[in-house]
Write a protein that binds this ligand. Structure first.
Ligand code: FAD
Length: 518
């Protein structure tokens, strides 16, 4: 049976509990739990659900220490279990300690303040209420370290980084960063208090919170971030060379066989062309003939790419010629071989060609099967949405010129009809149904794709799809775009105006590097 309830779905980072699972989940759990017992007909619960989902997303990386659950008491098969837990009002928030040996109805949080930041801080307090006996197995220490613990580490070589967050006693930043990084290896985060004078003097720190980084090679320095906020510290540390998300399978991650040096702040033409090559000659080539909806999708795709792709002349010319050919054909059915023949042979003679090599640069993975083609497809569509926004006349006389969603609709149809990963297509379609109608301008289209891509990143973080050397983060990280990030009431928020400017610059034609092209 589907675990989807009216307010929460499997897409959210919350664990949906039911009468069948709740007891065995909470009993002797390796993690602590914070569970909201709610009722899907209670107005307040409905209003509160976005906060609860946002909280669960915000602390997703803490899930081996404390997890967020929900149980819908309005579902008939949950009536009895809610009675057993003694739930009288909705929502009721209950904490459950890790490693509870017997059935326990949990402790109720009665505070009126249910803002995300307050609840997140309560989670930290609650974790710290555990004793050494019931401490969640994977939860790192949260107590502050003294000068005597930290000073001897300075200048020492080590097999990993140590980051020390020095802050006032009432600040939660240090503990939040410790928990944010608990799924990562290659780094330990420790918290120290600003009252440790010998430490602050030695490190030269006089404003709090500050972070100090001890490198494996024994060097050390203050960590410079644009804003001294949780998100900035955590993002910086996750991106250190040699720091990886722990793999679910045991064993150290292999060294990255970086064959090509590339910059994360660039887009590479080699990725875009390799993506087009793979799409045309491999993915589409599995379709023997194109007709009906598939043919229409293919034509729209070629139209959008021919008009908007800011590529080399030989490639743009090839796409334009392919488009002319498709438009001039009155056929209802086209054998794909004919298209391949045109692309591979006929056009080459006139100097129009698309490289037939796969050369991943910004999209290179640490092993085969990771990154590559899907990475290039995202990149291509980001580039196309940005082109559509920067060159309003580019789609003139194609029938698509009035439509600010032309690129996104083409992408959506391509993904559904042709993208080899069917699960991906299904998820993408769900997102499109839910929110694509709200896109009303070419700028909103750029932002929509960015937002949805981050939603996918959030869902895939820590799964098998993630290349441990390229962790899935909410993008752009603060080092790429510091002004994109802000904090309001302790919650990370995007400055979308700045994000839009950044996307236009990052995916703009001027930022596409021709390096490593054949
Ligand atoms: P990618 O996510 O492919 O991103 C490529 C590059 O884009 C990044 O390196 C970064 O430079 C940039 N970037 C990252 N985030 C953003 C953003 N928010 N906005 C703009 N640029 C950004 N895989 C699954 O396992 N399950 C799925 O359901 C799934 N759905 C997918 C749906 C679509 C439409 C596509 C194209 C791919 C999907 N994939 C899915 C594949 C997955 O999203 C990744 O493409 C793949 O795992 C490779 O990841 P990557 O690390 O190369 O980064």
């Amino acid at each position: 049976p589907s675990l989807t309830t009216r307010l929460y779905s499997e897409e959210d980072s919350v664990v949906i509990l039911t009468s069948a699972t709740v007891k065995q989940t909470l009993l002797n759990s390796s993690t602590a739990w914070l569970v909201q017992f709610y009722s899907s007909w209670c107005g307040h619960c409905i209003q509160y659900s976005p906060t609860w989902k946002a909280l669960a997303g915000d602390v997703k990386d803490w899930e081996h220490a404390i997890r967020i659950g929900v149980l819908d008491c309005a579902q008939e098969n949950n009536f009895d279990i809610c009675k057993e837990f003694g739930i009288h009002f909705y929502p009721t928030f209950r904490y459950f300690k890790a490693r509870g040996p017997t059935f326990d109805v949990g402790k109720t949080y009665r505070g009126a303040d249910r803002e995300l930041q307050t609840v997140r801080q309560l989670m930290v307090n609650f974790l710290q209420n555990h004793t050494t006996q019931d401490w969640p197995v994977s939860c790192p220490p949260l107590e502050p370290y003294s000068s005597a613990d930290i000073l001897p580490l300075i200048g020492q070589k080590s097999n990993q980084y140590t980051a020390v967050i020095v802050e006032n006693e009432d600040s939660y930043v240090g503990r939040e960063v410790i928990l944010d990084l608990m799924m990562y290896q290659g780094l330990t985060v420790k918290r120290a208090l600003s009252s440790e004078k010998s430490l602050t003097e030695k490190l030269g720190i006089n404003s709090f919170p500050s972070a100090y980084l001890l490198h494996p090679n024994g060097t050390h320095a203050i960590l410079h971030v644009q804003k001294r906020l949780r998100f900035f510290f955590s993002s910086f540390l996750k991106l250190l060379l040699g720091v990886h998300r722990k793999l679910s399978t045991s064993g150290a991650p292999q060294e990255l066989p970086v064959s090509l040096i590339f910059s994360r702040s660039k887009v590479y033409m080699a990725d875009l062309e390799s993506g087009l090559h793979y799409l045309l000659r491999v993915e589409l080539a599995t379709h023997q003939t194109l007709e009906g909806e598939e043919l229409k999708t293919f034509k729209d795709f070629v139209t959008v790419v021919a008009k908007l792709f800011p590529g080399r002349q030989s490639v743009v010319k090839l796409l334009e010629t392919l488009l002319e050919w498709l438009v001039s054909l009155p056929l209802e059915k086209i054998p794909f071989d004919a298209i391949l023949d045109l692309v591979n042979n006929k056009m080459r003679i006139s100097g129009m060609f698309l490289s037939d090599q796969l050369q991943w640069v910004g999209c290179q993975g640490s092993r085969v099967g990771l990154r590559g083609y899907p990475c290039s497809l995202w990149t291509l569509f980001h580039v196309l949405t940005v082109q559509a926004a920067s060159r309003p006349d580019a789609l003139a006389n194609t029938g698509l010129e009035e439509n600010p969603k032309a690129v996104l609709q083409t992408m959506r149809k391509y993904i559904v009809n042709f993208f080899g990963c069917q699960e991906c297509g299904k998820h993408f379609e769900e997102m499109a149904v839910a929110s694509l109608p709200q896109v009303k301008s070419v700028d909103q289209a750029v932002l929509w794709l960015w937002r949805k891509h981050n939603q996918v990143n959030g869902r895939l973080a820590g799964t098998m799809s993630e290349d441990p050397h390229f962790p899935k983060t909410q993008w752009p990280s603060p080092d790429l775009c510091p002004t994109c990030h802000e904090e309001q009431d302790g919650i990370h928020v995007w400055n979308e105006d700045k994000v839009l400017m950044f996307l236009k610059q990052h995916y703009g034609a001027a930022n596409i590097s021709p390096k490593h092209m054949y």
